[in-house]
Design a protein around this ligand. Sequence first.
Ligand code: ATP
Ligand code: MG
Length: 560
Amino acid sequence: MSESAEKPAVHNFIRNIIDGDNASQKWGGRVATRFPPEPNGYLHYGHAKSICLNFGLARDYGGACHMRFDDTNPEKEEQEYVDSILEAVRWLGFDWGEHQYYASDYFDRLYLFAEYLIEHGLAYVDSQNADQIRARRGNLTEPGQDSPYRNRTPDENLELFRRMKAGEFPDGTHVLRARIDMASPNLNLRDPVIYRIRHAEHHRTGNTWCIYPLYDYTHCISDALERVTHSICTLEFEDHRPLYDWVLDQLQPLIHWHPQQIEFARLNLTYVVLSKRKLIQLVESGTVSGWDDPRLPTLAGARRRGFTAAGFRLFTDRIGVSKSDTWIDMAVLEECMREDLNLAAQRRIAVLDPIRLVLDNYPQEQREECLAPNHPLHSEAGKRPVGLTRELWIEREDYQETPAKGFFRLYPGNRVRLRYAYVIECTGADYDAQGNLLCVHANLLPDTKSGTPGADSVKVKGNIHWLSINEAIEAEVRLYDRLFRVPHPGTSQDFMLDINPESLRVVQARLEPALAQALPEDRYQFERHGYFVADRRDHNPQQPVFNRTVGLKDTWVKTT
Ligand code: ATP
Ligand code: MG
């Protein structure tokens, strides 16, 4: 059912490029894309855009999308991250089939290609340290200066590079650089470093290597070795494209394949931070409970929050793909989740802030069943019985002793409908010595039961939900809200100070008894409250735990 909010793919400039390529048979009609995360953190909402784009293209054009780990950085990478990334992509509904790769699979070949570049005078070993290299790099207005080691002979370079590989030198003493142009207006072409020495254990290759290739060198070669056709990346790589092309042009005699790099604008979303560095800070400082804290904009957090994969796919289609860097309001993502959940989630009743309501004219021992539809848009989902008894739980906010203007719910003398049941008339309330509300009283109007001929004989403006005190179960309900209270965290102060102190409120609620049987990750609309999900980690029939995914309406709309 959750798929029904999805529409056919929306056209965008990348699809136009592919259509053109297919028309001209540039790639023989093939489409191969890839999603290339670095396994140094959990995936976030921004990655969902890239995943839906790359896997969506492969799906729609009958091609393949490769799952590739860009694991060239031995220090920061961990198996836990690899596992979480695979789980997140699968959860979003995509499948890479047999195409799971690691850049580290190519370390041998990357090394041989580097020797080839050296032999052809296209790369050299530089023995300057990082500061010296930086000092000679120049800037946007000044050209760089050649390294004193730039004219080493291929033989000399080859010998040094092999000794680097053999572990003869400590970290930072030598690097391998592409020999391009120190005066290029594009700084990425000023003899970029392509290998460095790192005596560090790698999560897959262990201690086999003590030299590691850099991203720009590795990425294009990995794409080409995998016969990727369209290498889609975010705009910050636009300036790296000439280097992508340079490397593959030089290696053309060996690899015979040259994918097209295409850049698109990354997702910028308000009220969150989408950078692994900041997410790690939130996790490590204990500001959130872990990588899957429902407030964190990780896909693991989104899943635990109750966001749906179909909602993310809908969101990606709706925001589109372009080259212009814009901000998307969090409300757009939340609305996509509501749209999907509205179709997918059955309705249930929950009282989040319970206060007792006594129907004084209803006999103590009496009980009757009222029928509540499981889904107003899907009558085939049927109705379920909800037991009505003399004492009920209602929301505290549904009673006001002295009604504010426009308040149509319970106050002395007013009538409301108990949803799916009878009209009642409020007669007053009891308070304790401190003036705290203890209990609301009302009388039931016979012959007004919903679904019976007399139901509409009494007109009321208010309609409230309720649960029988004898039958409702207790549950922990976690009311999640946005993690940051400002649209652009970190703009005027440290982003950690922009945390929304009300991003989580935990209440002891009362629920329909059947909700104890909900399975982890089952989603419901709690009527009048919003969408909720049974927590994947903590929910069980003895101690039900539900998370608020999103309210029914946007409460963050600007009022100024
Ligand atoms: P971060 O900046 O959060 O650390 P990253 O770009 O370093 O992210 P990678 O693991 O390198 O993370 O990203 C994998 C892929 O996801 C890349 O192709 C990258 O372009 C894409 N991606 C990352 N962030 C976004 C985003 N906000 N919107 C769209 N695509 C993104
Ligand atoms: Mg990156």
